[in-house]
Design a protein around this ligand. Structure first.
Ligand SMILES: [Zn+2]
Ligand SMILES: [Zn+2]
Length: 321
């Protein structure tokens, strides 16, 4: 057999050689295999049930585009309802492109699409916050703010549209990075929360699911390209050299010589997770659940993290004027 023959159908043009299982696949068999694998994960892990309304966080990046396209298969079979939300953080020269791609993809798949901008909702953008931070002696990085605000907007939008599940495009690389990072940092509390679905401490949060969790990042990029979608590859201008990036580099390098390493990391973690959870959670009394007096979201304090950030930023912006 030559190097360029599909191991599934024999077609003489392949787009991928999977070192972790020896498969060589043509474009069509490759796309089918990704879809089959994701649908299998969804079924096996019971990520959706018939009648669910799933809201996808659609950034316009490859992961969320792939996720929407695959979940659309379940929409077309009338198993789930599907909507998408794109959050415009207000990052000039970066976010516009992602929003444009998100609009195109949602349009093409005929998925109802919501765009929520930080500026409309909070009356500031990430660009504005970063201008404030530049003047600080110890500036916070953008991800700190971005993460908190996006989480709040996701949860609020889910409630507004009546979604029963929130789906995100986390892939195999993201998940193994999280496992390794939290292990190396000794952050058991975060570690036990990594999984196919979030088991939220508070029932008022819409459960989050990660259907792409078993697909390597590289294959998601290829899937999107082979499906004829445009991909937004530019990185966020505020991304900084983080511990996550170091771990990501390490894992990618290790994968070259040990092609199954990410799978074994994920599978090993899933095996030990129940024990860690059982033994660890015994000594961990959860904080009481409150409701944020500002926004009505579940919170461990009277005012949630997001609302207290918003207050402080408005104070700082007012002082500027
Ligand atoms: Zn084939
Ligand atoms: Zn709040």
């Amino acid at each position: 057999m030559t190097d360029n023959v599909c191991t599934q159908c024999g077609y003489e043009h392949t787009v991928i050689h999977r070192k972790y299982n020896g498969q060589r696949l043509c474009s069509s068999c490759f796309k089918k295999s990704i879809e089959a694998k994701v649908l299998k994960t969804i079924k096996k892990q019971k990520l959706v049930t018939k009648g669910d309304k799933v809201l996808v966080g659609l950034s316009g990046g490859k992961d969320s585009v792939a996720l929407l396209k695959i979940l659309n298969i379940l929409k077309e079979k009338r198993i789930i309802e599907l909507e998408a939300v794109t959050i415009d953080e207000g990052i000039a020269g970066y976010r516009e492109e992602g929003v444009r791609i998100a609009v195109d993809v949602a349009n093409e798949l005929n998925v109802k699409h919501h765009i929520v901008s930080l500026n409309d909702r909070y009356n500031f953008t990430i660009d504005k916050i970063m201008k404030l931070e530049e003047k600080e002696e110890h500036p916070q990085n953008a991800c700190t703010y971005c993460g908190v605000f996006r989480r709040q907007i996701f949860n609020q939008t889910a409630r507004e549209v009546g979604a029963t599940k929130l789906a995100t495009g986390h892939n195999l690389d993201d998940e193994t990075q999280s496992i390794l990072m939290n292990y190396l940092e000794g952050n058991v509390n975060n570690m036990v929360r990594i999984g196919y679905k979030t088991e939220a401490r508070d029932k008022r949060f819409t459960p989050k699911i990660k259907p792409l969790r078993e697909i390597p990042e590289k294959e998601i990029g290829l899937y999107v390209l082979e499906s004829g979608f445009e991909v937004h590859f530019d990185g966020c201008p505020y991304a900084h050299e983080s511990f996550r990036m170091e771990i990501g580099d390490f894992l990618r390098k290790t994968t070259l010589q040990h092609p199954t390493i990410m799978y074994s990391t994920l599978n090993g973690f899933e095996k030990i997770k129940p024990s860690i959870k059982r033994d660890y959670m015994k000594n961990n009394t959860e904080k009481p659940n409150k409701t944020c007096i500002k926004c009505g979201e579940p919170s461990s304090q009277d005012i949630c993290k997001s609302c207290s950030f918003i207050e402080k930023i408005h104070e700082r912006l007012d002082m500027e004027e």
